[in-house]
Design a binder for this molecule. Structure first.
Ligand code: NI
Length: 180
């Protein structure tokens, strides 16, 4: 088990374009997947991207197969690894929702995302994976893939007013009560 330090907003690696994975079976990529899994679980993240643990490569993980205490109202999502992902919106419908990020601790902001999309990627064994996603899972994937393009959610707020510390947002009734 290898829980890694999570870089916070302001670290230059979080602003870089991540490089594609060339060989999914390479030991360093498989180790990276283990580290992402351990670190995401330790922090109860909904997802985690490799740049967040200091590796500028196109690998993300999301879902734990169990309810997430940081997002108690969200559906349970099976653990999924995506390498070299590409996203394509289906239709033009969008929805706004509150997001957090382990690289932006203590804060939440409202972000507009595509409601439905098709993803193409390689899975943890380097096999082609294609899925159609919607709702919360589509939101998580868009958030994680943004990390691979050097983008954090505060750069995509619906409004500068829809952003703040979790406790203040709960106290003022802007978001429901959620832990951490
Ligand atoms: Ni994030």
């Amino acid at each position: 088990m290898s829980i890694q330090n999570v870089l916070r907003m302001g670290h230059p690696i979080l602003q870089q374009l991540a490089r594609p994975v060339r060989d999914a079976s390479a030991p360093e990529i498989q180790q990276l997947i283990h580290d992402l899994r351990d670190t995401m679980r330790a922090h109860h993240g909904a997802g985690l991207a490799a740049p967040q643990i200091g590796q500028s490569v196109q690998v993300v993980i999301y879902g734990t197969g169990a309810p997430n205490p940081r997002y108690p109202e969200a559906p349970t999502i099976a653990e999924t690894i995506l390498m070299n992902p590409s996203l394509e919106p289906i239709g033009t419908e969008t929805e706004s929702g509150w997001e957090g990020c382990l690289s932006v601790p203590g804060l939440r902001g409202e972000v507009r995302r595509w409601k439905r999309l098709r993803i193409q990627a390689l899975d943890s064994r380097g096999q082609e994976l294609e899925r159609v996603l919607e709702g919360f899972e589509a939101r998580v994937v868009q958030h994680e893939c943004d990390h691979l393009n050097g983008i954090l959610f505060p750069q995509k707020l619906t409004s500068n007013q829809r952003f703040g510390y979790i406790e203040e947002l709960i106290t003022s009734g802007q978001i429901p009560e959620v832990p951490g």
